[in-house]
Design a protein around this ligand. Structure first.
Ligand code: HEM
Length: 413
């Protein structure tokens, strides 16, 4: 498919249907592609994406003031720099690593077991709709210390907020809907914050309510924004990664058999899934000054989108990049979830994902529960695979058939 006939657009249906078909041409022929309809630049080479995400003076996170703040009800971590960013990021990191992480892994197992109990005996489930989406929201609510019983309502508001943050174009009606969702979510959180201030527990919301920055406690607005920041950041990519992992393993039966035999390979399978099909496809930045990237001048003030999917398949960064291979030597499982990662699925630089270790634990835990049970796992008859999303991207559904499973009581031990 030639890039130039008719003028190529990342907003076209063709690109939406299969973005990876265009990555090589973009990197080779239009590595800094201008999209007039939304007055934005799209950067696709690994080297350039890395530069945009690590040159914090030339490329800022200014645009989150309009892309995120209206629905986050305040400033999110991505907007912060310096001592404020370090201090507030540390609080969030503490909630998702060390002892907190150990406790959360237990909660992850319980959540997964409860949700799976309905579907395993049936021998059929949609890994996205039946399991992944509710599971990702349950886990995020648990980590924050919110009531899991409210998950459906929270999930609805959450999807409105996420739509606002991840849309490249939004009609006035959708914009209003997203803002309504954010206002309702804020109203839902207000009494929770008030209670945690009076009677703090061990959860992340309590930590945020009692922490001080520069000797001053965070305002309700600050706390609300960070809760929404974590809720959206944690839930949005998790179910997509899980479904993509199963998709790739089912499409590569030898690798599926290897992972079933040796669950220690799961970390590598998750890392390769994130490289091959990163669920967060775009990371936005704003050019602070006129900057030359791959020979093109990006003007001061311009919106720049880093194309993570294209960068992760750059042959300058990975050998045979279009091949899904959990054994690839140039990935490195352990470093794939750290600041030293070669793939860019978690971003890089100052704002690299704080939840990478947690995401690995979450997906590894669930996949390790599921894989040994799903004998003869395959797509359900008539199922047609389809992905959606330009900014975050994942399967619409993943309808699986497998040998029905009875009696998994040991999970709750
Ligand atoms: C596979 C799952 C995940 C993926 C692919 C992912 C991806 C990303 C990416 C690409 C960024 C960088 C955004 C930027 O530079 O503007 C990011 C930031 C962030 N992520 Fe994740 N994420 C995942 C899971 C999580 C989880 C489970 C949490 C829960 C704690 C989380 C919390 C955050 C936060 C708070 C930030 C902002 C960090 C900052 O600005 O300093 N993420 N994530």
């Amino acid at each position: 498919m030639p890039l130039a006939t008719p003028p190529f657009s990342v907003l076209s249906d063709e690109f939406d249907a299969a973005p990876h078909h265009f990555y090589a041409q973009l990197r080779e022929r239009a590595p800094v592609h201008y999209e007039p309809a939304i007055d934005s630049w799209f950067v696709s080479r690994h080297e350039d994406v890395k530069r945009v995400l690590t040159d914090h003076d030339a490329f800022t996170t200014e645009m989150f003031q309009v892309r995120a703040e209206p629905v986050m009800r305040g400033r999110v971590l991505a907007q912060m720099t310096g001592a404020e960013h370090t201090a507030k990021r540390k609080i969030v990191v503490r909630g998702f690593t060390g002892a907190a992480l150990q406790a959360q892994v237990r909660a992850i197992r319980t959540n997964a077991a409860e949700l799976l109990a309905t579907f395993l005996p049936r021998g059929r489930m949609d890994l996205v709709g039946d399991f992944g989406k509710p599971f990702a929201v349950h886990v995020a609510l648990d980590a924050l210390g919110l009531d899991r019983a409210d998950w459906q309502q929270v999930a609805e508001w959450h999807s409105g907020v996420a739509e606002f943050v991840t849309s490249l174009t939004l009609t006035p009606e959708r914009r209003r809907h997203c803002l309504d969702c954010a206002e309702q979510l804020e109203a839902y959180l207000a009494p929770v914050i008030e209670r945690r201030r009076r009677d703090p527990g061990e959860d992340l919301i309590s930590e945020l309510c009692t922490a001080e920055f520069d000797g001053v406690a965070m305002s309700d607005r600050d706390v609300t924004a960070l809760i929404l920041n974590v809720l959206i950041a944690a839930a949005e990519p998790a179910d997509k990664t899980l479904a993509l992992l199963f998709r790739h393993l089912i499409d590569h039966p030898e690798q599926l058999a290897q992972v079933r035999r040796d669950p220690d390979l799961l970390g590598a399978a998750i890392a390769e899934t994130l490289r091959f099909t990163p669920p967060v496809q775009l990371i936005p930045r704003q050019a602070e000054e006129d900057t030359v990237l791959a020979g093109t001048t990006v003007p001061a003030g311009a919106a720049v989108f880093c194309m993570i999917g294209a960068a992760n398949r750059d042959p300058e960064a990975f050998t045979a990049p279009d091949t899904f291979d959990i054994h690839r030597a140039d990935l490195g499982t352990a470093r794939s979830f750290t600041a030293a990662a070669q793939h860019l699925a978690f971003g890089t630089g100052l704002h690299q994902c704080v939840g990478a270790a947690f995401a690995r634990a979450e997906i590894e835990t669930v996949a390790a529960m599921l894989l040994p049970l799903l004998d003869e796992v395959r797509y359900s008859p008539g199922f047609r695979y389809r992905e959606t999303g330009l900014y975050t991207r994942g399967p619409v559904a993943l309808s699986l058939d497998f040998t029905p499973v009875h009696g998994t009581g040991t999970w709750r031990d």
